[in-house]
Design a protein around this ligand. Structure first.
Ligand code: AMP
Length: 318
């Protein structure tokens, strides 16, 4: 099944790898991991990772700034991005060939070739699977730099092996690279928190609200972000503080995005399927982890009403 991907990578001299806007560790891990894998095995190819830099993940990679001309004969590979609108850097379309590699529902089947596996825990796991296949069949090198990147994506998207799609295959695949990672150093780096982060988590705990049938939520204004000196990305990444609370089936962080004049909705669930609600509000995502944006604080009531309805239906099945 990897034949077209291997052919395209082998033939291309220039490869540009994109991922989604507002990157998370799986976006960075799959993008950077694939780039690292190609660089390690084809040192003469020009490989670039593009997209806005996310300062909180500077330990994983630094994006490249590239001129438009570079796209002319390039192979473009987009990782972890379900739909075209969310691709960071819309110049992707100028590439000679476009490949999509992703684990979200394939609602927008873009690209000349695509590999979508909604059963994979993360796109980083898919990149790891490809690397292991190439190591076995064509003796490709797997380096510690590669291992660190894909591991970062896997542990983030699985909540350190807790969420859905954690299975024997994942542990077997991770088992192949685990000895390449200095785990203590890795976890210290990945989970180090500032005092401001901890104080902000106190704010979150104090400000959880709930709908009648079990949707928990927190509203985070730009002023609050400034007060605690916490970035929007960092704040949204803390959404699972509301996981595993008795009586709360779905939960949302509503985070104000003052520059874009909208409110980011980070929606999670431990039962009800939420990506339909996210889609209703112009977003999307996985059945239990989705996102959307609404234009005003008033609109969040409509999001909460929909989520409360699915929570009620879910409660009736318990
Ligand atoms: P987030 O809460 O932003 O971390 O997003 C959770 C999941 O939903 C990720 O898998 C995203 O790819 C997806 N997602 C977030 N926002 C959007 C959006 N506006 N449109 C489509 N998918 C989204």
């Amino acid at each position: 099944m990897f034949t077209p991907l291997i052919e395209k990578i082998t033939q291309a001299q220039t490869i540009i790898i994109h991922r989604h806007v507002n990157p998370d560790p799986d976006a960075y891990g799959s993008q950077g991991g694939l780039a690292q894998l190609i660089r390690d095995n084809f040192p003469l190819k020009r490989v670039y990772c593009v997209g806005e830099a996310e300062p909180t993940m500077a330990n994983l990679l630094t994006p490249d700034s590239i001129a438009d001309e570079i796209y002319r004969e390039a192979l473009v590979i987009i990782t972890d991005t379900a739909n075209r609108e969310r691709i960071d850097d819309q110049r992707y379309a100028q590439g000679q060939t476009v490949i999509k590699i992703d684990h979200h529902p394939n609602d927008d089947a873009y690209g000349d070739w695509l590999w979508v596996d909604t059963n994979a825990s993360s796109t980083s796991q898919m990149i790891l699977r490809f690397a292991l296949h190439m190591q076995e069949t064509q003796q490709w090198q797997i380096t510690k730099e590669f291992a660190k990147l894909v591991y970062a994506g896997i542990i983030a998207d699985t909540g350190r092996f807790m969420y859905s799609h954690v299975d024997k295959q994942l542990f077997n695949e991770v088992g192949e690279i685990i000895e390449l990672i200095d785990l203590q150093k890795f976890y210290q780096e990945a989970y180090s928190r500032t005092l401001a982060d901890v104080q902000f988590s106190g704010y979150i705990s104090q400000n959880i609200q709930t709908t009648p049938h079990g949707c928990g939520y927190v509203t985070i204004t730009d002023e609050t972000l400034k007060q605690f000196d916490v970035s929007r990305t960092k704040a949204s990444s803390m959404v699972n503080m509301l996981a595993n609370i008795e009586g709360i089936h779905t939960w949302v962080f509503f985070t104000e995005d003052i520059e874009n004049d909208n409110v980011r909705c980070s929606i999670r669930s431990r039962g009800p399927i939420i990506n339909g609600v996210a889609k209703q509000f112009g977003g999307g995502g996985h059945p239990l982890a989705s996102g959307a944006r609404v234009n005003s604080w008033q609109e969040i009531d409509a999001v909460l009403a929909e989520l409360d309805t699915i929570c009620q239906a879910y409660q009736e099945t318990l």
